[in-house]
Design a protein around this ligand. Structure first.
Ligand code: HEM
Length: 223
């Protein structure tokens, strides 16, 4: 998912587009590295090492893919703050790829649920969405991710212009829904340790965005 500076067509865009030499090998490395959670599941499933996929493989795969979706969402959200704080503009070149990885893992997560948990029984799934609030918000987050993934190609960024930016702000709402999904899932056992950590990360990233936005507005007013 490209950055705001890529849309605006500023001079910064040119440097981001061409980028330093390390960008292409780094992107290849990140691409391969981000396949690790999937490779791990495949290896565990095939070899059974370290207890394999546990006594409940469906739960194991659902939880693993859900967790990695959340991790990749957080990394996507962190790109802009880190880019601005470090001045490494080329980081923007990684955003789309990582965002698409978040979507990919969300698809795996949802597929595991609808396939192995519900056996493609759509009526049963809809009943579950209506009945269990944690599934409702997880589903909402997933549905909201779809337009972001569809509009991630550069051609769509150019076509949508400013509307692209507005649409992609939904990533914050998606992250908030994902935290709620995780929180409510753990509510049964009152085990909020992990959701609290991820919640704090998302709040910090969102807070950074709000402060940056307020500063830009104040600077514009002064100008
Ligand atoms: C952006 C979308 C989503 C994100 C980020 C997400 C994230 C998560 C996370 C972090 C967990 C807990 C993993 C852990 O225990 O470590 C989880 C569990 C789960 N999610 Fe999602 N999820 C999403 C969408 C969905 C959707 C669409 C469904 C189904 C309609 C779903 C169903 C489940 C189920 C069934 C569990 C496991 C519950 C259990 O084992 O008791 N999630 N998800």
């Amino acid at each position: 998912m490209p950055s705001a500076s890529q849309i605006k067509g500023t001079r910064a865009t040119v440097s981001v587009q061409s980028g330093p030499r390390w960008v292409v090998p780094a992107k290849v490395a990140v691409f391969v590295l981000m396949l690790y959670p999937l490779a791990r599941l495949i290896v565990l499933g095939m070899t059974g090492v370290n207890g394999g996929l546990s006594a409940n493989p469906i739960e194991f795969i659902t939880r693993s893919t859900g967790r990695w979706t959340l991790v990749y969402l957080c990394i996507t959200l962190a790109i802009t703050p880190v880019r601005r704080m470090t001045g490494i503009t080329a980081l923007a070149r990684f955003r789309r790829m990582i965002g698409l990885y978040a979507f990919f893992f969300a698809v795996l997560h949802f597929t595991t649920y609808i396939w192995f948990d519900k056996w493609f029984d759509v009526a049963e799934m809809l009943k579950d969405i209506g009945k269990r609030p944690f599934i409702t918000v997880g589903f909402a987050a997933f549905v909201l991710l779809i337009p972001l993934a569809v509009t991630s190609p550069k051609a769509m960024v150019r076509k949508l212009g400013r509307r692209w930016q507005t649409l992609h702000r939904a990533i914050y709402l998606i992250a908030a829904l994902a935290i709620l999904h995780f929180w409510w899932m753990k509510a049964g056992k009152h085990d909020f340790e992990q959701p609290k950590i991820y919640g704090a990360i998302v709040i910090a990233l969102l807070g950074w965005r709000v402060i940056a936005w307020c500063r830009t507005r104040a600077a514009r007013r002064r100008a």
